[in-house]
Design a protein around this ligand. Structure first.
Ligand SMILES: [Zn+2]
Ligand SMILES: [Zn+2]
Length: 171
């Protein structure tokens, strides 16, 4: 865990990302969020200054991830390695609260059954948290794919509109 993490997504985006030189070998891989190659309209950024994660993503893809709504359990973590990148998500806080509650039950010497029941709830929260994170990566990927398809359709329609005129010009 890095000594310092920004508390917000905006803070992270401003201070912990660096642009990647197009000749950098790290760019041999495509963006691991949308699977597209990096280029001028999909520039790469490197997550720096955290000790655990050094991953490279498309800038906009990563920004969309980090600033997504609270249904994304892992919006404050790297989409690939889940290293924490800033602050805490609502999910982190819920899980910490439940962990503290279980600890307080142990200290208060309540029955084992109650502690076991509360531990099941915690395990269930952790499972849902992991599943939600995996689902969120897929959703973001689908979203990017839909955007790409829409852009391609626009380009094709553009080409169609231009094509007949080009034929007329040739006459
Ligand atoms: Zn990472
Ligand atoms: Zn991307």
């Amino acid at each position: 865990m890095s000594a310092f993490l920004p508390s917000t997504a905006e803070g992270f985006i401003c201070t912990m990302l660096s642009n990647v030189d197009p000749s950098n070998p790290a760019l041999l891989e495509n963006c691991q969020i949308c699977y597209e190659e990096f280029n001028a309209s999909h520039p790469a950024v490197w997550i720096r200054f955290t000790s655990e994660c050094q991953h490279v993503f498309g800038h906009q893809c990563l920004v969309d991830w980090l600033t997504s709504d609270n249904t994304n359990a892992n919006k404050n973590k790297c989409p690939l390695c889940r290293s924490p990148l800033y602050g805490k998500s609502k999910w982190d806080e819920d899980i910490e609260a439940q962990t503290r509650y279980i600890r307080s039950l142990s200290a208060a010497d309540v029955g084992r059954d109650e502690i076991r029941a509360q531990s099941f709830i915690l395990q269930d929260m952790l499972d849902r948290y992991r599943e939600a994170g995996e689902r969120q990566v897929l959703e973001l990927r689908q979203h990017r794919r839909r955007e790409r398809r829409a852009r391609r359709r626009e380009r094709e329609q553009d080409a169609h509109r231009r094509a007949p005129r080009a034929e007329q010009d040739e006459k």
